[in-house]
Design a protein. Structure first.
Length: 89
């Protein structure tokens, strides 16, 4: 998965890192999102800090799922959305 690959290349995780390292990254990105504003991102001027921050939380979460061995992340997300949809009916 590209998320895990980028995390490895950027030194956020190593091949031997426990999933806890990725879990910590979700927490770190979540705190950054909580402090984000609606102004344009310095890194990605097309997007706001909030948009960039939310995407970073998603990427960290996808990396965590990969690290814990989730075999089909896309199916998991579809199943969860379907579960929520059924709860609202």
């Amino acid at each position: 998965m590209q998320c895990e690959e980028v995390a490895l290349v950027n030194g956020i995780i190593t091949p031997l890192s426990s999933p806890g390292v990725s879990l910590y990254e979700i927490s770190r990105k979540w705190r950054e999102l909580c402090n984000a504003t609606s102004i344009r991102s310095k890194n990605l001027p097309e997007w706001s800090e909030k948009e960039e921050g939310a995407a970073e939380v998603i990427i960290a979460s996808l990396t965590f799922l990969q690290r814990i061995g989730c075999s089909d992340i896309e199916k998991l997300l579809r199943d969860i959305l379907e579960h929520h949809r059924r709860q609202t009916l």
